[in-house]
Design a protein around this ligand. Structure first.
Ligand code: FE2
Length: 368
């Protein structure tokens, strides 16, 4: 076995870490642009605690709250202009995966004046302003990965930026998760669950990434049957947050694989949330995966005897899906994905267009 491992993120985890240790932000700079969406950072309580903490440490701040779900190039370019005008030297992504990913892209553009946003898709090492992440959802793991995913509006797909943008610092506080509506909680948890599964079943998995992934699955397993309920206790919130971090840490080493590759088209073209789209394609992927022994081991950690149990759990958490897409369209999506070697690269075996089509059929079928 041969692998490299690197994760330079300073992760601060626990209740009150932001207010207690906001001084760490001051070591990165003195002018922070807070990148967020319209609601989640406010509703979660992050924004209040963050701005107060920045004031206490003499960090000037401005808010850019124009980030919608599945951000594209336009919003990132606007954010970078905003950062430039404010002369920001730190970019803080606060909220769900979308603001954190947008913050990373803005940090590269703001750190390289004159760089066109499209150039973020050219593989090249880039410098960037220091990034701080503060999640209000559990699942994306963006706070511990170098990835930023943007929607390419023209091509109607999503792409990961081709440069590594590790956050310098991330604060994970379970109190910020409490304001997630149950549907968001389930969808983002499904995303995190798939990060753990895809990492472990990636051709790039190592014993170290497996250690993260398997621990994450162990933590999330008891939550899956109770996640739709309105109340979680503090230990359950902590397990949810920790499993999400472990999912991010594991895919930061291995990347994702077929379910993420397939799910993006359903998100961008049909509005199915990322976590639901990804997880709903997964049962077929588990059935066609060449390492059935490992699939069985991972399912056993989740307390499941077979893929059918996984299918049931995912459908329960994802809720009803009514896409009703014609089979010709699903065939064309499968063909499109077959031509995208990058999205298939981490699958440790051959894949056919028929396999991918079956994943799409599964994800878009109505419940019986
Ligand atoms: Fe994801």
């Amino acid at each position: 076995m041969r692998f490299t491992h690197s994760n330079p993120v300073e992760l601060l985890f626990g209740q009150g870490v932001l207010t207690d240790q906001a001084g760490r932000i001051r070591t990165l700079g003195s002018r922070a642009l807070i990148v967020t969406g319209r609601t989640s950072a406010r509703a979660s309580g992050i924004l209040n605690e963050l701005t107060e903490s920045l004031n206490n440490h003499a960090v000037q701040w401005e808010i850019f709250d124009g980030v919608e779900e599945n951000p594209g190039f336009d919003v990132v370019a606007r954010g970078a202009l905003y950062a430039g005008r404010f002369n920001a030297d730190i970019i803080i992504g606060a909220g769900g995966g979308s603001p954190m990913d947008a913050a990373k892209a803005i940090a590269v553009l703001a750190g390289n004046p004159g760089l066109a946003v499209e150039e973020l898709l050219f593989p090249q090492k880039r410098t960037h302003l220091p990034v701080v992440c503060i999640p209000s959802t559990a699942g994306t793991g963006s706070e511990v990965t170098p990835y930023a995913i943007l929607t390419l509006e023209g091509l109607q797909t999503k792409s990961s930026l081709k440069c590594s943008i590790w956050p310098a610092l991330s604060y994970v506080d379970t109190r910020y998760l409490h304001s997630m509506p149950p549907g968001v909680r389930c969808a983002t948890c499904l995303d995190g669950l798939l990060h753990l599964m895809e990492s472990a079943l990636s051709s790039r998995a190592s014993f170290l990434s497996d250690a993260y992934a398997e621990k994450g699955l162990e933590l999330v397993a008891p939550l899956l049957p109770v996640l739709r309920q309105n109340r979680l206790d503090e230990q359950q919130w902590e397990s949810l947050a920790a499993s999400s971090v472990l999912g991010g840490m594991s895919i930061a080493q291995t990347g994702t694989t077929l379910p993420h590759g397939a799910g993006y088209l359903l998100t961008v073209r049909h509005g199915l949330e990322h976590g639901r789209a990804t997880a709903l394609t997964a049962p077929v992927w588990l059935q066609i995966h060449p390492d059935q022994q490992k699939v069985g081991r991972l399912l056993a950690i989740l307390g499941m005897a077979a893929v059918e149990d996984f299918r049931e759990t995912v459908r329960e958490l994802a809720g009803p899906v009514r896409l009703e897409l014609p089979s010709e369209l699903l065939k064309s999506y499968a063909a499109e994905l077959m031509n995208n070697g990058q999205k298939l690269a981490n699958h440790p075996g051959p894949v056919t267009a028929g396999d991918l089509e079956a994943m799409y059929r599964e994800a878009t079928r109505e419940d019986p």
